[in-house]
Design a protein around this ligand. Structure first.
Ligand code: AMP
Length: 213
């Protein structure tokens, strides 16, 4: 199954992706995660990406497209993948179409998580992520059993540096102006699946699996 998942910041992409990855047995490829790893390892890509991410802007297409192309060319992506956070603008969507054509891979579905504006901010500022397994928590909707600790693997939870009120507004502007148009792109390709992401995470995952079927 070759899938991509998209939606506004804080729509729950990451949380669903962890579940979908194990359900379909496919790699979860998150460009945000790849950048955060590169930043923590202080690689050349990491240093470039950090300047944009900290300000809530998109990392330039030439950097991002190259990373995705390399990752999708790896063997484990032949049987499937779940692409999360890419594409984020029309140019990236067209670049992805070309990358997949070259790899002879057909995208099965583009899953769009639709969430109301008023809950996005609350979700983002209360988001915590496991530093080990990447599982997402929320201090209001999806609390860990023990404060600051992942229920599943026991590692520490952290708050993303760009999950602050100052950067959220910028990220939402970027989403509305640059990312939203790709919904129409995938609708026209006939592979768009719209999901109501205002529900609890397990219901969102259930709806995705049913509609992808
Ligand atoms: P995410 O973890 O998907 O919310 O991504 C965190 C940040 O990484 C975004 O706000 C962007 O600055 C950057 N980023 C992630 N994916 C992309 C992409 N496809 N294109 C450009 N920048 C990206």
């Amino acid at each position: 199954m070759h899938l991509l998942i998209m939606g506004a910041p804080g729509c729950g992409k990451g949380t669903c992706a962890v579940e979908l990855k194990s359900f379909y047995g496919i790699p979860h490829i998150s460009t945000g995660e790849i950048f955060r790893k590169a930043i923590s390892e202080k690689t050349k890509t990491g240093l470039i990406a950090q300047r944009y991410i900290d300000q809530g802007f998109l990392v330039p297409d030439e950097v991002t497209n190259e990373i995705v192309k390399e990752r999708l060319s790896e063997d484990d992506c032949q049987k499937g993948f779940l692409l999360d956070g890419f594409p984020r603008n029309l140019a990236q969507a067209k670049a992805l179409t070309k990358i997949l054509e070259d790899l002879d891979i057909k995208l099965d579905a583009a899953i769009n998580l639709d969430v109301k504006d008023e809950i996005i901010e609350k979700r983002i500022v209360n988001r915590r992520i496991c530093e080990n397994c990447g599982r997402g928590y929320n201090l209001i909707y999806l609390k860990p059993k023990q404060e600051g600790i992942c229920d599943v693997c026991g590692a520490k939870l952290y708050q993303r540096k760009d999950d602050t009120l100052e950067t959220i507004d910028k990220r939402l502007v970027v989403y509305n102006t640059q990312t939203k148009p790709i919904i129409t792109y995938y609708k026209e390709l006939g592979i768009l699946i719209n999901i109501n992401a205002n529900q609890e995470p397990h219901k969102v995952v259930e709806e995705i699996i049913n509609k992808v079927k």
